[in-house]
Design a protein around this ligand. Structure first.
Ligand code: SF4
Length: 314
């Protein structure tokens, strides 16, 4: 299947997914948390996959079947593996843009060392770069990169791309308990993301069954610390903890407001109380959400925060 959706995406609104990589799963990484299973073909060699005009025809046909009010906000290259392994990625992006919809690419960024990959990706309107690690050891542990990839070159090439990219740039970091959420690593990761200077840095947690069963999401307190450290580095940071509700902010429905806001960032107790006041609601609403395990409370530097509780989906 080349084309699917649109599916709701917190980052992209309605996202029409395009898989430009021919099965089996082909990737330059074999991430311990990968939710699409083990990498069947590990590669850093760009290759021919679907022809760009075949992808365009497929997407056009798919869109022609959609109700107008279900048109996508983005066409998103999100592959069965790593989309930049497609040697025709640039041509595909250019053709997809002819549909009039903006094009997004979600990439693990490991091939940005290749000039042609940076050139192709620069044609996209919106790009998300994976950055889970700020040093070689953590990178090798989490992403298990192809043996010919080099950490320093990878970071240099991300910074080079980020510096020159004219579209909307985002990062995504998967936070894994005990691996990249440690006191030593969090500030390093925040420092690297700060240098990339994304519009928004997304923090995600493994909420679907990961490739390796030992992989666990961080506890709420840890995730809050990561978010606080990023934010203190003046990085606009949002959580992606598996809830793709599209509304955030004040809606007048206190339950929705709390769930939407805490899914994106931790809510400090004083902000929670002023939100309750705006909605003419009592603190019992918070107690009820805590009891239903929809949110959790945690303390950071003496202040209480509320954060959306996440559950592993099977
Ligand atoms: S980069 Fe993406 S597709 Fe590749 S192994 Fe990691 S999570 Fe899976």
């Amino acid at each position: 299947m080349i084309c699917f959706g649109p599916v709701p995406s917190r980052r992209l609104g309605k996202s029409l997914g395009v898989n430009n990589i021919i099965a089996p799963k082909t990737c330059s990484y074999s991430c311990v948390y990968c939710q699409v299973g083990p990498t069947m073909k590990e590669s850093i060699k760009r290759d021919i996959h679907f022809k760009p005009d075949v992808i365009l025809d497929n997407v056009k046909h798919h869109i022609s079947l959609l109700n107008k009010n279900n048109y996508p906000d983005y066409i998103t290259l999100v592959s069965n593996g790593e989309p930049t392994l497609d040697i025709h990625l640039g041509e595909t992006i250019s053709l997809l843009k002819l549909t009039g919809f903006p094009v997004a690419v979600i990439t693990n960024a490991s091939l940005l060392t290749d000039d042609s990959v940076r050139e192709h990706l620069s044609l996209a309107d919106w790009v998300s770069l994976k950055i889970d690690a700020a040093n070689k050891d953590v990178w090798k542990t989490i992403n298990r990169p192809h043996k010919n990839l080099d950490f320093d070159r990878y970071i240099e090439s991300i910074l080079l791309f980020a510096h020159n990219f004219k579209g909307s740039l985002h990062t995504e970091s998967m936070i894994i308990q005990g691996i990249n959420d440690t006191d030593e690593h969090i500030p390093l990761l925040a420092g690297t993301v700060k240098k990339i200077n994304p519009n928004i840095a997304y923090l995600s947690v493994p909420v679907r069954p990961p490739c390796e069963t030992w992989v666990k999401p961080p506890d709420t307190k840890r995730l809050n610390i990561v978010w606080q450290t990023f934010t203190q580095n003046n990085i606009t940071t949002e959580l992606l903890t598996g809830f793709e509700g599209s509304d955030t902010g004040f809606t007048g429905n206190i339950y929705e407001d709390i769930l939407n806001i805490t899914a994106v960032h931790p809510l400090r107790e004083d902000s929670m109380r002023s939100l309750l006041e705006k909605d003419n609601a009592e603190f019992q609403v918070v107690e009820s959400l805590l009891k239903q395990k929809l949110i959790k409370s945690t303390t950071y530097k003496g202040k209480k925060y509320f954060i959306r509780e996440y559950h592993i989906k099977s």
